[in-house]
Structures are given as structure tokens and as C-alpha cells.
Design a protein around this ligand. Structure first.
Ligand code: C5P
Length: 443
């Protein structure tokens, strides 16, 4: 198997080089990046490798130039699109699943499923885990982190290697409503679920109580049971009540596989852990997320608090889009939401994703979120609906605009992003509109 051979070769080289060089890990700050960083940190500590770790939002020229040129550098969940920046570095390893945009350099070893034509939908944490396991079988206890990273990046748990990871993690897979957390009281899960947007329910505690009453689900000992403890009849009534509010849903959108992983010796919903890690990192507390992945109980409590605040802010952001406070430019099959400073830059991607999944827009509609970050603007693009790979591709669109502008960009066909200069705000919008209009003419 090509991926396994590539990992084997990378580990062999890495072990040899790390005997004489210090290792610098650099990971992306989302769930996949943080879980990759946790897996690699633990594996390197166990192997007594001398390393340090930096967690970053994105890579840019100045940051890469500041890296110690004599160290061995390992990028986790980023780097595939920035290899042109690495020529001055001594030895580089990239564990990543993003699009490969530049030519290979002789100093760089890339482990990326795109090299094998996407046959395996592995995310970065999955690759980091297989690397760690190749380093030492003892690292099999890190498999749950790989599952959390996979779920966090909406990568499907398909294929032989993902199955190996699920088996190693002893994951319990259950069919159920795709609302999370499945292990916490149902009323809160419904109110704060960002996986499914239900009008009148998401962000509305009164609406939640009405829905539960209608479904005949009552409090027991003063509390609603978690989704996982509902019996078949209760689940079916709840689904019916949700369908009454969202007639456009089809079964596969709200019912699917729930992954339960062992964490702090308890079975936890992998999506909830993934959301916790993501939220506290995006709120500026990446170290808390990392500590949580490394089994620090205090960090878990702290992350729970940050997550609650984050969910509140997210609901406010979604309401600001719905109420028209945010500047909207709507065209044929696209909408640009220019939030400026009304939505935090680290939240605009999540807001764009929720809108893309919300079914408020026709399948294939391009959702573009923009948000200020100092003298820069963060842009997130999503394709609405269940992405089938046949329509327009977000990464190609963003790439065709970024040919004319300065800034980092990258991503996948269904989700891509970039950072531009604030002074290019109007130019970016004009270039994008022009590109989309040309597209319409071609169709
Ligand atoms: O930031 P956002 O969530 O919009 O990113 C969507 C996808 O595009 C992610 O997979 C992210 O890693 C990728 N991306 C990238 N380079 C950027 C911005 C986003 O590769 N500068």
C-alpha cells in the first residue's frame, strides 16, 4: 500500500535525522491540526526526541523565514500549498491533506493522500497517527485523537486506513440523529447544535421546549436525557417533529453515524470533543485545546467554558446574518457576506459552513464570508448543499481570483479560504463577481 510505504520511509528518515537535529513542529490551529500536534508531541516525547511546537492560523513568508534553518521542520495540517517558501530550510516533513499547489523541493518529504489520487480520505490527524504508530506500536493509544481530527474536518471515515484507525481506537459507531452532543441533555444539544440548523429551534430555548413537548419527551429527575439514551419510539417522534420544521431535509442529512470514543475513561461523542477543541482554539486558546487532547482534566473544564461562550457568539453571528446587519451581495448562485468587524475572523469559516449546510440556499450556491483581522481580511468559501464534486470548486474559484492579489490561499473543492490585504477588499469582491459572471455565461 503506497501510503503505508511512504509513511514507513518518512519515519525511517525522520528517526535518523532527529538524532542530530532539533525538531520544530508547526501545526494548524483547527481540530485536525491540534489533534495532529497532540499525537506527534506525545509520540516524540515517548521517543525522547528533542522538539518544540508552534500552533498557527496560517503560514506566511515572514513566519517561515523566522524558522530555525538548522532544525528539522515538520508541518502538520498545512504546508502542501506553501512548499515554495521552504527552500532555505534544512529538512522538511509535511503531514497534510490539503491540495498540493507547488513543485516539490528536494529538502521536503510530503505525506499527503492527494499523492495517491484521494483513494483514501485520510485527514492530517489520521496520517500523524499512522506515522506515530510506525514509530512505535505503543502509540496505538493515540488513535482516538485521530478519530476526533477526522470527524472535526468532516472527512468521511471511509477506506482501509480509516478502518484501521477506528479499530485501533475501539470506536463505538451508532446510527442516530446528527445533533450533538449526543451524550448531553437533549434540550441543550438541540439549542446549541451547529451541525443542523432548525428554524425556531437552534438558539431558541422556548422553541426547544415546545419541540420536545410535541415529541412527547419529558424531563426525568429534572433533566432531559441525552440523545443516545432515547428509545426507538422517542427518536422516531423527535425526527418527525424536526421534519415538520424542515420539510426540505432528507433522512441522510439528519441521521447518520455517531462516533463514540473513549476519552478520560468515558465514552464521548467525537463531534463534541472536536467542537470543544475547535472552539477554544478559535477563541484564542490553542494551548487549552492541546492540553485537553493530552488528557488534562483542568483543560477540559476550561474548554467547556470557552465552548459555551463560543456557541453563544456563534448564534449571535448567525442571527446578525439572518437579521440583515451584515452586508450581503447576492448574485446568481452566489452570496457574499461581508461581515467586516461584526464577526470574528476565526468564526467566519464556521458561520459560512453552517449557512452552506442550512439549506437556505440552493444546492451548489457559493457562500463567501469575509471578516476583518487587523489590516487583513479572512475569506471563507463554501459550496451549499451536499457536495457532489460535479459543480463549481471553491479552491479553483479562489485560486483564479488570488492570481491577481497578494495573500495566502488554499483548501478543497467544497471549502476553501484565503487571507487578503484590507486595502484589496473591493478589488477582491469585483474580481470574484467578474469570475462568477463569466462562469454563468459559460454555463
Ligand atoms: O479558513 P476556512 O475554514 O475558510 O478554510 C477552508 C479550507 O481551506 C480549510 O481546509 C483550510 O485549511 C483551507 N485554507 C488554506 N489556506 C488558507 C485558508 C484556508 O489551505 N489561506
Amino acid at each position: 500500500m503506497f501510503m503505508k510505504n511512504l509513511i514507513k520511509e518518512a519515519v525511517r528518515r525522520f528517526v535518523e535525522s532527529s538524532k542530530s537535529s532539533k525538531v520544530q513542529l508547526i501545526s494548524h490551529f483547527d481540530t485536525d491540526g491540534i489533534t495532529s500536534a497532540a499525537i506527534m508531541s506525545k509520540a516524540l516525547s515517548r521517543a525522547r526526541v528533542n522538539f518544540s511546537l508552534k500552533i498557527v492560523k496560517s503560514l506566511n513568508d515572514d513566519f517561515v523565514k523566522s524558522l530555525p534553518s538548522e532544525s528539522l521542520i515538520m508541518f502538520l495540517d498545512l504546508g502542501s500549498g506553501s512548499m515554495q517558501l521552504f527552500s532555505h530550510l534544512k529538512e522538511v516533513y509535511i503531514i497534510d491533506h490539503h491540495e498540493i499547489k507547488t513543485d516539490f523541493l528536494p529538502n521536503t518529504l510530503l505525506i499527503n493522500p492527494h499523492l495517491i489520487g484521494d483513494r483514501e480520505e485520510l485527514c492530517s490527524a489520521g496520517i500523524a497517527y499512522l506515522f506515530a504508530k510506525e514509530l512505535d506500536e505503543k502509540n496505538k493509544d493515540l488513535a482516538s485523537l485521530a478519530v476526533i481530527g477526522t470527524v472535526g474536518d468532516l472527512v468521511k471515515n471511509k477506506g482501509k486506513l480509516n478502518n484501521e484507525i477506528l479499530n485501533d481506537a475501539e470506536v463505538v459507531v451508532k446510527k442516530g440523529l446528527l445533533i450533538y452532543p449526543a451524550t448531553r441533555p437533549l434540550d441543550k444539544a438541540l439549542e446549541y447544535s451547529s451541525s443542523i440548523f432548525i428554524p425556531g429551534i437552534t438558539g431558541n430555548s422556548q422553541g426547544v421546549l415546545e419541540l420536545l413537548k410535541e415529541a412527547g419527551i419529558e424531563r426525568e429527575n429534572g433533566k432531559f436525557k441525552p440523545l443516545l439514551d432515547l428509545n426507538e419510539e422517542e427518536t422516531s417522534k423527535l425526527i418527525t417533529s424536526i421534519f415538520l420544521r424542515r420539510k426540505d431535509y432528507d433522512n441522510s442529512e439528519i441521521i447518520g453515524d455517531l462516533y463514540l470514543v473513549k476519552f478520560f475513561n468515558k465514552l464521548e461523542d467525537a463531534r463534541e470533543l472536536s467542537a470543544l477543541i475547535n472552539a477554544s482554539s478559535r477563541a484564542g486558546f490553542s494551548q487549552t485545546s492541546l492540553a485537553l487532547c493530552l488528557n488534562n482534566k483542568e483543560a477540559k473544564k476550561e474548554a467547556d467554558k470557552i465552548h459555551a461562550r463560543y456557541k453563544q457568539e456563534l448564534i449571535e453571528a448567525l442571527n446578525s446574518v439572518a437579521s440583515g446587519i451584515i452586508n450581503k451581495i447576492e448574485g446568481r448562485d452566489y452570496i457574499i457576506l461581508n461581515a467586516k468587524d461584526k464577526i470574528r475572523d476565526t468564526m467566519i469559516g464556521t458561520v459560512s459552513s453552517i449557512i452552506a449546510f442550512s439549506q437556505n440556499y440552493k444546492e451548489g450556491t457559493l457562500i463567501v464570508g469575509m471578516s476583518y483581522n487587523g489590516d487583513k481580511i479572512k475569506v471563507s468559501m463554501r459550496i451549499a448543499g451536499s457536495f457532489n464534486g460535479n459543480g463549481r470548486k471553491a479552491n479553483e474559484l479562489i485560486g483564479s481570483v488570488m492570481k491577481f492579489l497578494e495573500g495566502e490561499w488554499g483548501g478543497h473543492a467544497s471549502a476553501a479560504g484565503c487571507t487578503i490585504k484590507k486595502t484589496d477588499e473591493e478589488k477582491f469582491i469585483e474580481l470574484l463577481k467578474k469570475k462568477l459572471e463569466v462562469e454563468v455565461v459559460q454555463i
